[in-house]
Design a protein around this ligand. Structure first.
Ligand SMILES: Cc1cc2nc3c(=O)[nH]c(=O)nc-3n(C[C@H](O)[C@H](O)[C@H](O)COP(=O)(O)OP(=O)(O)OC[C@H]3O[C@@H](n4cnc5c(N)ncnc54)[C@H](O)[C@@H]3O)c2cc1C
Length: 322
């Protein structure tokens, strides 16, 4: 796992975007079209609010309803066309002070002269029963980091997103057996991923199944699960990997370095700059925000233009009309 000990190397982009939903992807598009190097680190298309939406009918320019994941993928392609790059990774730590801002994920370290935080508000509200007790002793959030510890053992993956499906597939290469606990009726992952999960003989898919409690004595030994309409039951496992969603702004990786509002959203000024110079916010991670895709996109554009001004050395961000 990448840690804060791993430096990002020389690969410092102008605009490092965390989150690739409509806010982050549009920020990357605008940054790239301003001639800036832009990299987006994104956890997975269906991990975000737009990516998980079945159908979007009010995004301008799309006369026919479009699945949310298809719209996000189109936004990615549009930004890539102008040179923005996307990395599939989950950011878990950042360092915001200084001239270079750094983010760390499971796959590496990423650095930018400015940073735009666009991680949305699908963060989990509260931990599961037993979760905090067993972190590091059977509870994990990263198959790339911890999967090897579970080779030839039985593990569960909880979640319905692309990320959950990818991690289940990765774990099936190491573990003896993988139980995929899908809280929804079906996986919300991309069709090829769903097909790959379904045909993997080592993966058991449990649809409409909630994870109620993680149990153990000195480490995880079992899960209490409940399939809709049935009673709770106990599933013996050696470990569980969590990729669940909720309704809270995702700011944990900032670890208090940027100010938050009393509601726990990222606090920004009128130019979408956070309390840290050179670090901006856009989309549902903000509180004073109408939760609509077109508004998240517009804020991504504004944040990218503000980052561009800051990169040009305009210390005081001023509107064009001032
Ligand atoms: C069920 C549902 C239906 C909706 N319907 C509509 C609609 O019809 N019309 C409409 O306009 N709006 C709709 N919305 C609202 C709209 O989807 C959101 O306002 C919009 O997606 C917010 O964009 P965003 O980019 O801020 O966040 P998101 O779309 O949530 O994107 C955030 C991105 O950040 C990534 N991310 C999160 N944490 C990390 C991390 N630690 N590291 C790396 N990446 C990370 C996620 O993978 C995701 O790709 C709907 C929302 C929901 C939940």
């Amino acid at each position: 796992m990448a840690t804060e000990m791993n430096p990002p190397g020389d690969d410092v982009v102008d605009v490092l975007v965390i989150g690739g939903g409509p806010a982050g992807a549009t920020a990357a598009l605008y940054a790239a079209r301003s001639g800036r190097t832009a990299r987006v680190v994104d956890r997975g298309i269906t991990s975000g609010a737009l990516g998980m939406s079945r159908e979007i009918a009010n995004f301008p320019g799309f006369a026919d309803p479009i699945p949310g994941a298809d719209l996000v993928a189109a936004l990615h392609r549009q930004a890539e066309r102008y040179g923005a790059t996307f990395v599939a990774d989950r950011v878990t730590a950042t360092r915001l002070d200084g001239a270079v801002k750094t983010a760390w994920g499971a796959k590496g370290a990423y650095a930018g002269r400015t940073m735009i935080v666009a991680t949305g508000s699908m963060g989990r509200v509260a931990p599961l029963a037993g979760e905090e007790r067993w972190v590091g002793r059977g509870v994990s959030y990263c198959a790339t980091c911890d999967g090897y510890f579970f080779r030839d053992q039985t593990v569960a993956v909880a979640g319905a997103t692309d990320e959950a499906a990818e991690e289940a597939i990765a774990l099936a290469r190491l573990a003896a057996h993988v139980h995929l606990l899908v809280p929804a009726e079906s996986l919300r992952a991309a069709a090829p991923l769903v097909a790959e999960v379904e045909r993997n003989p080592k993966i058991d898919i449990h649809r409409s199944t909630l994870l109620e409690e993680i149990q153990g004595t000195d480490r995880v030994q079992s899960l209490r699960v409940k399939t809709r309409g049935g009673p709770s039951s106990v599933l013996p496992v050696d470990g569980v990997f969590l990729y669940l969603q909720g309704g809270r702004p995702i700011v944990d990786f900032l670890a208090g370095q940027a100010a938050l509002t009393p509601e726990g959203c990222l606090a920004v000024d009128e130019f979408l700059q956070t309390s840290v110079p050179g670090v901006f916010g856009a989309g549902d991670v903000l509180c004073k925000h109408l939760k609509q895709a077109v508004i998240a996109s517009a804020e991504g554009a504004r944040a990218a233009l503000a980052a561009d001004r800051s990169l040009s050395g305009r210390a005081a961000l001023r509107p064009d009309w001032a």
